[in-house]
Design a protein around this ligand. Structure first.
Ligand SMILES: NC(=O)c1ccc[n+]([C@@H]2O[C@H](COP(=O)([O-])OP(=O)(O)OC[C@H]3O[C@@H](n4cnc5c(N)ncnc54)[C@H](O)[C@@H]3O)[C@@H](O)[C@H]2O)c1
Length: 492
């Protein structure tokens, strides 16, 4: 591949197919130099999406990395970060930065709006780069599967930004579970106090002028183009289907991690959801989702029977477990998960924080999980520097985070399919709902249209034209990308 061709590849072809590595084996060059098993220099990185959480991620690793390039679509919002790292080259389109710098770095840190995580991470990994990507890893089940497989194929070090997975609370809660301290679990209830950002809105009609400091086209990325309105970015993208996954996608990646890992959940077989009104563009204000998992292979001290996992957000909480003292708030740092075991009930806070058993016991159990003694971000830097032959994966390596996010994305998809009025059956391997009737249709509310005139209420809901439900569902599992954005093929 000529240098010129590789420089233009991301913008022109928009495909990682064009970034296959063309590295001549060292022996062919005559001077075979043995690579150390642990990198003996600083990790060279690019940062994409740096104005918000990305700033904190970079700060957490700044002493152990060399930041070569930084990209943000909003140069005003991101100014403080560009200024903090003056040596880094600045961009407002990641594709241009990748064309110019990807082959000069080891790794990419991604903290953009959620809808661009998958394409950026996939293209980076296809070029052999390690990836740290904020949660939720992806918007769709397909994207999550793809990132899992690309990470394995390219043997790169990966980490999702659910930092609680590296924490002491997560480790303790999972070790209690695995040691059989609460017995078999057939029910888990989870909730978050989010959204704290706007949701349940109709699509804004006002078209605002695009600020000169914002690359709106690059923000839209693989999503369908839409007019600019300041409601979408920064921060509020979370509440819009094209850019985010609502409160569940945002917070379940923290709160449901202990259930997913601790109970080895894997693929659900059934899902159902209900919520406040589902609109075409914006996520609903409050949701309830139930996922059913089949029995899994038992562990030495823990049987894993079929289990129902419920999710609540938008102000709703699960019922209080019997025995929970009055006055105790179940909300620990943004939510919690409640494990109903045959021997005890365990409550675990958001990020795995402060787990406790309702019996009041504090079991001493053998440590079977690795203790992360640095930050979540630095543990990933460590993994990046280790040769794949000796690498200890980070706490939220994509081999685990990918399947976990598939579950989260599936729950979010079920919210958008609730008008079908059925319990959806799911084939995880095939990434398909198996019981949506071939002729079922679905229509989505565009406007609520409720008004009161002269004291009389008027109900005037308007809907999209009905579309085939199977096709609509398939589009929630694998999204169409806008021209110029092409995912690498799914590895075998
Ligand atoms: N792990 C955590 O505790 C935690 C906390 C907050 C946010 N997050 C995650 O971090 C990500 C960012 O969230 P945030 O709250 O920082 O949002 P934000 O809007 O405050 O910051 C996102 C930044 O990315 C930029 N951006 C958006 N799309 C981009 C693109 N295509 N290319 C380059 N830059 C782009 C924005 O301009 C902004 O500077 C989200 O995925 C979110 O879920 C994680």
């Amino acid at each position: 591949m000529s240098t010129e061709m590789s420089r233009r590849s991301f913008l022109k072809a928009g495909t990682a197919a064009a970034v296959g590595l063309s590295v001549a084996p060292a022996t062919m060059l005559g001077k075979a130099k043995k690579k150390p098993l642990v990198m003996d220099r600083k990790l060279r990185i690019l940062g994409v999406g740096i104005g918000g959480r990305g700033a904190a991620d970079l700060k957490a690793m700044e002493e152990e990395v060399e930041i070569i390039g930084l990209c943000d679509v909003d140069w005003k919002y991101a100014e403080h970060v560009f200024e903090r790292y003056p040596a880094a080259k600045r961009y407002n389109d990641y594709r241009v930065m990748f064309d110019e710098l990807l082959d000069k770095v080891d790794a990419v840190v991604i903290a953009t709006a959620d809808h661009t995580h998958a394409i950026i991470a996939a293209q980076a990994m296809a070029a052999g780069k390690h990836v740290y990507c904020e949660k939720p890893l992806t918007l769709t089940v397909y994207e999550a599967r793809l990132l899992t497989k690309l990470a394995a194929k390219h043997q790169v070090a990966t980490q999702m930004g659910n930092q609680g997975s590296s924490g002491a609370g997560t480790r303790q809660a999972i070790e209690w579970l695995w040691n059989g301290e609460i017995g078999e679990v057939r029910r888990v209830d989870c909730f978050t106090d989010r959204p704290i950002w706007p949701q349940g809105l109709e699509k804004p009609e006002l078209v605002e002028p695009i600020p000169s400091t914002l690359n709106w086209d690059a923000f839209i990325g693989p999503a369908p183009m839409r007019d600019y309105n300041s409601i979408y970015t920064p921060w509020n993208f979370r509440g819009w289907w094209d850019f985010g996954t609502g409160a569940m996608g945002d917070m379940a990646c923290h709160i449901m991690h202990v259930p997913f890992k601790g109970l080895k959940l894997g693929y659900p077989i059934k899902v159902q959801a209900s919520s406040t009104p589902v609109l075409t563009d914006c996520c609903p204000s409050a949701e309830m989702i139930k996922l059913t998992f089949p029995a899994r292979e038992n562990m030495p001290k823990l049987a894993l029977p079929e289990v129902e996992v419920r999710w609540y957000d938008g102000g709703f909480k699960p019922e209080r477990p019997e025995g929970l003292p009055e006055g105790v708030n179940l909300n620990i740092d943004g939510g919690c998960s409640i494990f109903y075991g045959t021997k005890d009930i365990m409550v675990v806070g958001c990020y795995g924080n402060r787990p406790y058993l309702l019996s009041g016991r504090k079991p001493e159990v053998p440590h079977v999980l690795r203790e992360v003694t640095t930050s979540h971000q630095l543990d990933w830097v460590r993994a990046c520097k280790e040769d794949p032959s000796i690498r200890v994966p980070s706490a939220s390596d994509f081999s685990e985070a990918g399947p976990f996010v598939e579950m989260v994305d599936l729950g979010v998809a079920a919210v958008r399919l609730q008008a079908l009025n059925q319990i959806l059956e799911w084939d995880g391997e095939k990434m398909e709902f198996t019981n949506i009737p071939a002729d079922a249709t679905i229509k989505i509310m565009k406007k609520d249209g409720f008004s009161i005139k002269d004291g009389h209420p008027t109900f005037k809901k308007t809907y999209t034209d009905p579309v085939n439900a199977r096709e609509f569902a398939a589009g929630l599992i694998k999204k169409q990308y806008r021209e110029g954005y092409v995912l690498p093929d799914m590895p075998e």
